[in-house]
Structure formats: C-alpha cells, structure tokens
Design a protein around this ligand. Structure first.
Ligand SMILES: Cc1ncc(COP(=O)(O)O)c(C=O)c1O
Length: 294
C-alpha cells in the first residue's frame, strides 16, 4: 500500500508514538479501551497520560468478541481503542473484518482505533494489515516498529500510519526536535537494506510454525501465532516449568495469562535445545499432574 509522507509519523519507538497518541487523544476525563491479555505497557501509557483504561477480556482463543467489544465501546465511550494484532503475549492476529467493525464503532463515538502492528512482519502470508483500512477509516492509526523484524530495538524507531489530520494532531503534542538525526539516519540506512535485514523472516515463520506443532504434539495448548513467539500451557505451576528450563540453560518468558508461558522463536538449533529441555522438564514433573487439561 502506497503511503504519502503526510500519513507517516516517526518517533523514538512505537512506545513514543503511543505516548503521542495518548497525549493527543486521551488525557484526564477520557478513556482508552483495550482487549486483555495484551501488551503490558498499555496500562502504563494510560497511567502516564491520566487516561482511564477499560479492559475487555478476549475470548478463550484470545480472539476478540466483536459484539462484546461494540457494546463496551458504546457503553464506555472511549476516545482511544487499542488493539494489538498480532497481539503480545498471545501472538493472535485479529481478522480484518473484525478490525473494520471496531473502526466503524469507534468512528460512531469519535474515537481513534490504534492497531498496534509491532509484530506485523511475522504474520502468515495472506493475513492482511490494517493499513488496508486507512483509505476507508480516517480514525485508524496503524503503529509499527523497527524493534522486532529489524531486530533494532536499541535504535528506538517506531512509526504510525494514519490520516494526515491525525498525524497533525500527533505533531502538536510531540516535544520539539523529538527524533534525533542520528536515529533518522540509522533508520533510513536500515530501510535501504530492509531485504537483507529481514531475509531471515521466512525461516523464522517456518520455525515458528514447526515449534507450535511440536508443542501441540506434546498435548500442550498453543495459541495460534502470527508473531515471533508462541504462548503455550496450560500449567498448574508454570514457574516450575520455567525454572526447569532455566536450570537447563534455556530462558523463556514467564508472562501472559495464569498457567501460560511465552517462548521466543530462535534459530533451529535454539528451538531444538528448547524442545529437548522442555521434554526433560515435563518428564521430571509428570507425576505431579502439572499439565492442566482445560
Ligand atoms: C505489542 C507491542 N507494541 C509495541 C511495543 C514497543 O515497541 P517499541 O520498541 O517500538 O517501542 C512492543 C514491544 O515489546 C510490543 O510488544
């Protein structure tokens, strides 16, 4: 999709883009709404901007119940709705039709809809981006980052694509000279070399799908993932599993809903080491009925 410069806003990480969105459209007396479990920083963005935050729970498969979402939007009258797709920590991508319905509902209550696509580059082929909705919905803001697929989190470069009027609103609240010319130069160089920097994406997607299948083959539940990690469980004592992996030199994230763990997709070798370690841990703990059958 072709975008003009007037539709793009760059800042120090998508974190700062979000801070600008909260400053422009949130604030005291206003509400943001999101769908949990989701990115752990959303409550921080809300707190720091004195914006109330409403959490609408996702369904058991971590998708969004659109009917429930529309009810909540009309009840709570948010000025900002935040949807991470693919979501962190679940990896779930939301159907574009569902996102369009949210955008229309947001339009009706004068809210912006932020679609946080930090993990977009990892999504399965054929999964559309919310960028496709920009022409139809002037209230949609799609955020992206160079922290994930470019593996450049330390560079701190995130960006938004939206209607030029929305970008103008973000420009009003930014600090003067917010983005250093060094950051801009590094980002431009990275974009020029994007195919090289992202050449591992195909392998990563393949490894991710293989990892999900391997975990499922062990009888574990795994959330469908369009990201570079997989959320798996459900464990009665997830900390014991996490600790067992650490003891074998494998560090994953003890995060997400109770009983679930999040593993990042690594190299084929790292993924194999993870599966071997997990098999050992599960075998050692098997007498304790560790795996919860939900
Ligand atoms: C869903 C989501 N959005 C945004 C971010 C923040 O990324 P950035 O480094 O661009 O601030 C993250 C980082 O983990 C994330 O998981």
């Amino acid at each position: 999709m072709e975008l003009t410069a007037e539709q793009i806003w760059a800042a120090n990480g998508s974190n700062e883009v979000m801070a600008h969105v909260m400053a422009a459209f949130g604030g005291p007396g206003r509400t943001a709404l999101t769908f949990t479990p989701t990115y752990s920083m959303y409550p921080e963005y809300a707190r720091e901007s004195f914006t109330a935050l409403v959490n609408v729970p996702r369904q058991a498969d971590f998708s969004i119940d659109v009917a429930e979402a529309l009810t909540a939007i009309h009840r709570d009258m948010p000025s900002i709705v935040l949807v991470a797709s693919p979501n962190n920590p679940t990896g779930t991508a939301i159907d574009l039709d569902d996102i369009a319905e949210l955008a229309a509902a947001c339009m009706a209550v004068n809210a912006v809809l932020v679609v946080d696509e930090a993990y977009a580059e990892f999504r399965h082929k054929g999964v559309p981006s919310a960028l496709e909705l920009l022409g139809e919905y002037a209230n949609v803001i799609v955020t992206r980052t160079m922290s994930k697929a470019f593996a450049m989190a330390g560079v701190r470069l995130g960006y938004a694509a939206a209607h030029p009027a929305v970008i103008d609103a973000l420009r009003i609240v930014r600090l003067p000279y917010h983005l250093s010319s060094v950051t801009q130069a590094v980002a431009r160089a990275a974009i020029a070399h994007a195919p090289d920097l992202q050449e591992g994406l195909g392998i990563l997607r393949h490894e991710r799908d293989a990892l999900v299948m391997d975990l499922r083959a062990r009888g574990l539940q795994v959330a469908p993932s369009d990201a570079n990690f997989a959320l798996f469980g459900v464990f009665a004592d997830r900390h014991a599993i996490w600790q067992g992996l650490v003891d074998r030199g494998v560090l994953i994230r003890e995060t997400g809903p109770q009983g679930w763990l999040r593993v990042s997709v690594g190299t084929p070798d790292e993924n194999a080491r993870f599966m071997t370690a997990l098999d050992e841990v599960l075998a050692n703990l098997s007498q304790g009925a560790v795996v919860v059958d939900e």
